[in-house]
Write a protein that binds this ligand. Structure first.
Ligand code: C5P
Length: 226
């Protein structure tokens, strides 16, 4: 009996403002794959907690907030912004919260929902632990990074462009703290998988990043690895 085709999974990990979201979205579009920004899951849990007046490190409240989170609109613009991001990185430290949202992410990767153009061949997931924990068997793994200063400058400019008041030194400090929490936690820390291609986007524009990623994916496919 013939097996159904395996979902083609691309894992894109990296720190904040390294350009992984832009790359993941463009890969999904180019290759007709579904896209999941897994940071939005942690942001949605954090936003629920903040709205309820709870602290993001309140384990019991965080676990309650994690239940049914996949049904929440993850494209809500209220999930953007640094206060929610900082709270998300505190929520993301809690092992029970990570466990509660793991299955949803794996299910999305293995049985991706159809896109606006119909059926898709697989999924692109971006986050911090996709290649290491969520989808260790992903067909292609990319770790997108950039210098701390370049990332802070990008985030600062993004905020200014959106008309949000921003102080560069503050953005730099928030990002330093968030990097430390994401890399230093005991469960699923921010790390490149050993078999990930590391792309340093410090001096690259989005087209160049896409070209590097596509060359890697094409080579993996030509070798029959995915
Ligand atoms: O990617 P984004 O900046 O939206 O993520 C917000 C926070 O969610 C991160 O700083 C990180 O703490 C957490 N996160 C995570 N694992 C993921 C995605 C995001 O721990 N796969």
């Amino acid at each position: 009996m013939s097996q159904p085709p395996r979902s083609f999974i691309i894992a894109v990990d990296g720190p904040a403002a390294a350009g992984k979201g832009t790359l993941a979205r463009r890969l999904a579009q180019t290759l007709n794959l579904a896209y999941l920004d897994t940071g939005k899951i942690y942001r949605a849990i954090a936003a629920r907690l903040l709205a309820a007046g709870k602290a993001p490190d309140d384990i019991k409240a965080a676990l309650e907030a994690a239940i049914g989170i996949e049904a929440v609109a993850l494209d809500d613009p209220a999930l953007g912004g640094e206060p929610v991001a900082a709270a998300a990185s505190k929520v993301a430290v809690i092992p029970a919260v990570r466990k509660a949202v793991l299955e949803f992410q794996r299910e999305f990767a293995l049985s991706p929902p159809p896109g606006p153009g119909g059926k898709v061949a697989g999924a692109v997931l971006d986050g911090r632990d996709i290649g290491t924990v969520v989808c260790p068997d992903a067909g292609a793994k990319l770790f997108v990074t950039a210098s701390l200063e370049a990332r802070a400058h990008r985030r600062h400019k993004e905020l200014i462009d959106k008309g949000v008041e921003s102080i560069y030194a503050r953005v730099l400090q928030d990002m330093t703290e968030r990097d430390a929490r994401d890399s230093g936690r005991s469960v699923a820390p921010l790390r490149a998988a050993p078999d990930a291609l590391v792309i340093d986007t410090t001096g690259l524009d989005p087209d160049a990043v896409l070209a590097v990623a596509m060359a890697h994916i094409d080579a993996r496919r030509a070798a029959g690895d995915c």
